[in-house]
Design a protein around this ligand. Structure first.
Ligand SMILES: [Fe+2]
Length: 488
């Protein structure tokens, strides 16, 4: 043991004041111990934090500490930290190498169990009339809306139930609701309150824009890839988003996904001004969400976090958010499905979904989200289910291009030891994600959700929207056909 430690630990006069340190570095054993024992850093994270040291160095430092605890703790009373050590500690290695980015998020996030009671004071900041769009069937929204309306009335805000939706919004839904708002004379002093899942929030975003657009304009004219390619001229009405599911993160994105079935397409209305002015996230609103919806929505959020983390457009702030979101969501989704009333599980899932929205809004997504809309429009596969189906395929497809990032996820999420090769770590990550899908009960094969073999070419053809452009590996249409056939 002595010889092994000697390769890694030295006590050289003049280096670290002669204290025990990592051989060849000015990093003391004490530093490793403090960051590991007291601040919870894993050995892998310590390697990233202190550039140049190896996992073997970290393990040797910890072993040395346990054998020489008294001496090392005595050292801490005479602590000297060099500039190199400080720089090494606080310059974490980022996956992205170029720090040049924009970051767009809701101006205000109000997060917490039971905080829906604060809607009155929050809403008053945005106007004197709340135009409400609800999700249906949404027992929680139906139960809480009267109380939220009372809270708004108490702040002298009028409440008008302007619309409700029980499916992913279609272009006709947006145009009809926008016409309704124009009849109500919607304008300055009004704001939209979206209470529901991603469908209600995306509908409200699109209506907020279209209600103040030209009277003859149709939302399809403003969508990516269809219509006339118009840009929004007027600022949309302010939006206050109150999600009742933990899924799409629509409360923190600036696109509204709009569907059409004849002809089939699913496209986004996208403009930074569509971002909610405030997101009021009360995880308690999710307790009545049934297990299958919790599972599919949660897998949507997890897919968004993973795809943003490895996206071709990955950015540093979203990557940090992705790591935290995944750390919370991966264990919490199982508990949320099995015990819907679990406060920690619902809190973690709502927070992770919120982070996933911020991440995807700024970093884009990948092939799972490229294919999911086409599965929705051609085969009516719910978005979250489609994401869960495609996630393992997306991981396998991108494993070579994003080996290190995926190995890091394996370590962070599933405790894969860094002694294992990156390839082994990625194998384990994919296995664990598949096991997670099985545990929460989402479908695993396309045939389970009614996809027919003859539909696959059209699904593949319609999979190359904005999300696919974030995929690390460039895919051809024949390749997507092959991947989908393998998943039947
Ligand atoms: Fe999604």
């Amino acid at each position: 043991m002595e010889n092994v430690l000697a390769q890694h630990i030295t006590k050289t006069p003049g280096v670290c004041g002669g204290k025990a340190c990592i051989a060849g570095h000015r990093i003391r054993v004490l530093d490793i111990v403090v960051w590991h024992e007291k601040r919870g850093c894993t050995p892998g994270e310590l390697v990233e934090m202190f550039p140049g040291i190896t996992l073997a160095d970290v393990h040797a430092a910890l072993a040395y500490y346990f054998d020489n605890r008294a001496e090392i703790e005595a050292d801490s009373r005479h602590e000297t930290v060099t500039a190199d050590t400080v720089r090494a500690r606080f310059t974490p290695k980022l996956q992205t190498t170029v720090l040049h980015y924009d970051f767009i998020a809701p101006a205000r996030i109000v997060f917490g169990w039971g905080r829906r009671t604060e809607i009155g004071a929050l809403g008053r900041q945005f106007g004197r009339r709340a135009l409400v769009f609800c999700g249906l069937p949404d027992a929680q929204a139906a139960a809480v809306l009267p109380k939220m309306a009372d809270a708004l009335h108490a702040e002298h805000v009028d409440v008008i139930e302007a619309g409700a939706i029980d499916h992913e919004p279609e272009a006709a839904d947006v145009d009809e609701a926008a016409a309704g708002l124009r009849e109500l004379g919607a304008g300055p002093g009004d704001f939209l309150l979206a209470l529901g899942g991603g469908a209600a929030i995306d509908l409200a975003k699109a209506v907020a824009a279209m209600a103040v657009a030209g009277e003859d304009d149709r939302v399809a004219d403003y969508l990516e890839g269809v219509g006339r390619g118009l840009k929004l001229q007027r600022d949309p009405l302010p939006l206050l988003a109150v999600p009742t599911t933990a899924a799409t993160g629509a409360e923190a994105t600036y696109n509204a996904v709009i569907s059409n079935y004849d002809p089939p397409w699913k496209k986004s209305l996208r403009d930074p001004r569509l971002m909610a002015r405030a997101a009021l996230v009360d995880p308690e609103l999710c307790v009545s969400v049934p297990p299958p919806v919790t599972a599919a929505g949660g897998m949507d959020a997890i897919t968004q976090l993973i795809e943003s983390f490895i996206s071709r457009k990955a950015q540093p702030i979203p990557q940090a958010l992705c790591l935290q979101g995944l750390r919370l969501a991966v264990p919490a989704i199982v508990e949320a499905v099995e015990d819907g009333a679990s406060r920690p599980a619902r809190e973690h899932m709502s927070h992770a979904a919120l982070l996933s929205g911020m991440a995807l809004a700024n970093s884009g997504l990948g092939m799972a989200h490229g294919v999911a809309p086409a599965l929705g429009t051609h085969c009516r596969v719910p978005h979250g289910v489609a994401c869960a189906l495609m996630l393992p395929v997306a991981l396998r497809t991108n494993r070579e291009a994003r080996r290190d990032e995926l190995a890091r996820l394996a370590h962070v999420l599933f405790g894969v030891r860094f002694q294992q090769s990156p390839e082994e770590a990625v194998d384990r990550l994919i296995e664990e994600i598949e096991r997670l899908c099985e545990r929460v009960g989402v479908p695993r094969r396309l045939s389970e959700v009614g996809v027919q073999p003859d539909q696959i070419p059209a699904i593949a053809r319609d999979s190359f929207g904005n999300s696919m452009r974030g995929n690390p590996v460039e895919l051809s249409e024949p390749k997507v056909v092959e991947l989908l056939r393998g998943l039947l």
